[in-house]
Write a protein that binds this ligand. Sequence first.
Ligand code: GLN
Length: 446
Amino acid sequence: MAHNAFITRETIDGADDGPLSGRTVAVKDNISTEGVRTTCGSAMLESYVPPYDATVVERLKQAGATIVGKTNMDEFGMGGTTETSAYGPVENPADSGHVPGGSSGGSAAAVAAGEADLALGSDTGGSVRNPAAFCGVVGIKPTYGLVSRYGLVAYANSLEQIGPIAQTVEDAAALLDVISGPDPNDGTTRFDLAGDDGGAADDRSAADGGSATHPATDANYAAAADGDVNGTTVGVVTDLLEGADDRVVDRFEATLDDLRSQGVDTVEVSLDSVEHAVQAYYVIAMSEASSNLARFDGVRYGVSGGDEGNWNESFARAREDGFGEEVKRRILLGTYALSAGYHDKYYQKAQDARAWVKRDFDDAFERADVLATPTMPVLPPALGESLSDPLQLYLMDANTVPVNLANLPAISVPAGEADGLPVGLQFVGPKFGEEAIVRAASAVEG
Ligand code: GLN
């Protein structure tokens, strides 16, 4: 099909009535769908059919949505261009010679091309916001703990959230209204705990004397898309403008000018820690990935390694055949970073940097209601251009990964085009500040 946005096209009908009835949704292929193949963009899971629905899929069905298929993605979410998929690359509907971004490139392309009204992606280090920016659509990465990860095939658990993609801020927010909320199957969404083991919920539960409800319960994200930003203070993260493509910075500045004309105050904010964010992110993400992906051994999950030789040899064959190059690279590096003797040098340092990034954001939100950066420092690369240089690809994530390290919410909203290619602006909010970023983004839409 056009753009190669889908790995599997299959219609899954929802309830007759609900807030999403009559709307079509494309679902990233690392989100489990009962009875419908879920490959994670990997040959390893070419014929894997989950026996249950992810919580978000259950909620889509209850809301009356029609799921139209499973979307193409970088293998296990590892990439930023959707070129590491075992099912071939996706073309950017805005310009077919260019990548759609990734790893949720199929989801963003499906929405941009009108093949689905809405889509779900997952964002471990930018994978919803990056393809939203490159395809000229809206993408939201929720606060950690806002949306259940039950049924999401894990890449790096401590960093990732499922998030909505849509043509408009209001539509993306309405989809967030449907998928967010507590889930007994995912302990990190629990807010009814007495404060000591509630994961992301800790401080909120404690502040409420342990009786707090989940932040999504009383929220109406779609209603926050009212464009009313008069009196809002936007912090411009200067560190993340340095090194960005001039054409991207021009669009970013023009959009800020427009916001100022709507009554926004801007202040410059510097986050000293962010220069270490990409390194810290990749150490943590690869470490978690090396552990998560151990289950793909041809016995528990994945293609069979055959019964020749001993168990170890069969296991190795399954992983040699089933995984692509980028996934193997990350498992090797992650295993190395966690191994005895190196743990303190890499993993512990990365955790320290992560704590520093969190503190920097806390300080910044003392001075601003939301923060703004270009979503991506570059325009969408041409297809095939970036695959040979993984380091260059990792650096492309400079503006998105700090948000995951700090477990914060962020949105990417279209901010015009440069050379015919879409540019995205990112707003970052304080913890559970989804309404503030939705409001700010809706003002950019004008
Ligand atoms: N590009 C980043 C990575 O490869 C982010 C991926 C993601 O968010 N799933 O890890």
